[in-house]
Design a binder for this molecule. Structure first.
Ligand SMILES: [Zn+2]
Length: 234
């Protein structure tokens, strides 16, 4: 499928050889199209982020059928993150390495529900479980892009966006099922979130652990900074 635009992609990768070049493969009116995208990662030499708005712009015009990125100066061997993200998106990934070597990574059927997910930052983490949880209630949270340790880089993913996403701060001290609990985990910044699922339990996905329901008490209560409730659930 990539063949008609392969030379164009190689050229783009070559011109951006010092960073992870990235873009999307789309199908538009029966033709394959290569859509280079700006790499928005803070450290584009070792990482790539495609802006969700760029993704949307391509998806609005056609069907996204592939994600492309390069590994500058090394092999196209996929990282754990590459594999997990490919499975999650459910479309092939094409990775370009040095010397024009490239590989196609096919997505495996993703078998993870909300519990027991491995922690893969940006794919399976505290934000993605929150997003997936509320999707079941037809609340579609914007797929923000964020980087590992955003809280040490002057970003405040949760506090900056919860109102925009239709959540309201709970000020009367109540806690009800489906409330979103915002916490500061090993940080001054509110960098972690979980969902109160009733009976004293919180569903969340903390670093280096599988996603799970924890008793909402002790440490989790101590690090809670705020509880917010979606306006459709008040
Ligand atoms: Zn990669």
């Amino acid at each position: 499928m990539i063949e008609p635009v392969l030379e164009d992609i190689k050229q783009y990768v070559y011109e951006n050889e010092h960073i992870e070049a990235c873009g999307l493969l789309s199908l538009e009116r029966g033709r394959i199209k290569w859509n280079p995208c700006e790499n928005k990662a803070e450290n584009p030499k070792n990482d790539f982020i495609i802006d969700p708005l760029d993704y949307k712009a391509v998806a609005d015009k056609g069907d996204v059928v592939g994600v492309i990125h390069s590994h500058p100066g090394t092999t196209p061997e996929p990282s754990q993150l590459d594999r997990a993200a490919c499975d999650r998106l459910g479309i092939p990934w094409y990775i370009f390495g040095e010397n024009d070597k490239w590989i196609k990574l096919e997505p495996k059927e993703s078998t993870y529900g909300l519990l027991g997910r491995p922690f893969v930052y940006g794919v399976y983490d505290c934000f993605t479980i929150v997003k997936d949880y509320y999707e079941d209630y037809d609340i579609n949270i914007f797929p923000y892009s964020y980087e590992w340790e955003f809280w040490e880089k002057g970003k405040n993913l949760y506090l900056e966006n919860f109102e925009k996403e239709g959540f309201i701060k709970v000020t009367d001290g109540t806690l009800q099922t489906n409330d979103l609990i915002l916490m500061a985990l090993n940080s001054e910044i509110t960098n972690h979130a979980g969902i109160y699922v009733g009976r004293g339990k919180m569903l969340h996905h903390a670093p280096n652990r599988l996603s799970c329901r924890d008793n909402y008490n002790g440490i989790w209560k101590q690090i809670t900074r705020m509880t917010v409730r979606h306006k459709s659930m008040t």
